[in-house]
Design a protein around this ligand. Structure first.
Ligand code: ADP
Length: 350
């Protein structure tokens, strides 16, 4: 399996005017699909000395030479001449968006998929809204946007007189998702290169209004989307969701390390599918040897926000558009989500 480092090393062999494309800040995005399909976006500027076709072919050849790459595609995007000056920094660091009416933007992330990141983002957002806060919920998971289904929302996204997208509303929460904007049939390989533009658009071109907090459901992993978020969105911090298994924690550690590297504070770690309470015999079973995330959080000096059991109602309700926090206020799990929201809000406002 090719790694981002290996692809970057190959890109460093592609020269334009004596400088490599990485050094020139031309690399605007990269996706490495599991079967070794690599796509890279290069940002080019109108320049007579540049032959875009030759650059594309040369770059694709360099990527294809990396072990494990089964296909290489390079997408060139053009920039206006006014922005043509090559950046002084080694990597492409976009300017941060300014969102003066939003107090905090918090990313919910996980090192790998299927750990319950979206379920956690949805229920945390609902618990924050029930505290009386003005909440936004943004589904930035371009590979599997699930928030429309979890929030029971569908339909076209309207545009207002200022040509801004109007978020869908649920219990006072403003909800926006990649799922409202992309075609479900769009091949995965095309989604990666869109991440950067799509994430910035979801902030810049959506009428969020005044919000105390926007909870962002990130795609899983530590790739392009996470870096785009960290570099272009003024994040107050990230919440990491993990299951207790070692393997998931290893992935969670990678996620934590990545955010720390780009100076995004880790606001806390949540252990999901922590244990199983049998609804019939009322016996608790620690399926994945419960407690791993708490121990890991302590070791990494990260706040442990709490744990959520593996529970049929959580799954049924989130998959049917009725998040447990909204549909079952008396559930102990709702209380657990609310306690996490309280802790999160307290640490943000501290
Ligand atoms: P991710 O965003 O990490 O890919 P999801 O939130 O989409 O994960 O959850 C994956 C599946 O697991 C969904 O069907 C969801 O309903 C279910 N799920 C998530 N958390 C729990 C839980 N605590 N108990 C039972 N099912 C859960």
């Amino acid at each position: 399996m090719p790694t981002e480092q290996k692809i970057l090393a190959a890109l460093r062999t592609v020269l334009h005017n004596g400088q490599d494309v990485v050094e020139r800040g031309m690399v605007a995005g990269m996706t490495i699909a599991p079967e070794g399909k690599v796509s890279v976006i290069l940002q080019i500027t109108p320049d007579k000395s540049l032959d875009p076709d030759a650059l594309k072919k040369q770059t694709e050849k360099a990527i294809a030479g990396v072990g494990g790459v089964t296909s290489a595609s390079v997408i060139l995007t053009a920039h206006q001449a006014a922005h043509a000056a090559p950046p002084e920094r080694k990597s492409h660091v976009p300017q941060k968006l300014s969102l003066p009416h939003v107090k905090y933007i918090v990313a919910v992330a996980s090192g790998k998929g299927g750990v319950g990141k979206s379920t956690t983002a949805v229920n945390l957002a609902c618990a924050l809204a029930q505290k009386g806060l003005k909440v936004g919920l943004l589904d930035a998971d371009i590979y599997g946007p699930s928030i429309p289904r979890m929030m029971g929302l569908s339909g076209k996204t309207e545009t207002n007189a200022d040509k801004k997208l109007v978020p869908h509303l649920r219990e006072g929460m403003a909800v926006m998702s990649m799922g409202f904007l992309i075609d479900e049939e769009m091949p995965m390989v095309w989604r990666g290169p869109m991440v950067h533009t799509a994430i910035t658009q979801l902030f810049r071109d959506v009428e969020w209004g005044a919000r105390d907090i926007i909870v962002v459901d990130l795609p899983p992993g530590t790739g392009d989307a996470q870096l785009t978020m960290a570099q272009s969105v003024p994040l107050a911090g990230a919440v990491i969701v993990s299951t207790p298994q070692d393997i998931a924690l290893l992935d969670a550690r990678k996620g934590i390390a990545m955010f720390q590297k780009v100076d995004v504070p880790i606001l806390g770690l949540i252990e999901n599918m922590s244990y199983f309470d049998c609804p019939h015999c009322h016996t608790r079973t620690d399926i994945f040897s419960h407690g791993g995330a708490h121990a890991e959080a302590d070791k990494l000096k990260v706040l442990f926000l709490g744990e959520i059991p593996l529970d049929l109602a959580v799954r049924e309700k989130s998959d049917s558009g009725q998040p447990i926090v909204l549909s079952d206020p008396a559930s102990p799990i709702t209380a657990q989500y609310k306690a996490m929201a309280d802790q999160l809000w307290a640490s943000l406002s501290a």
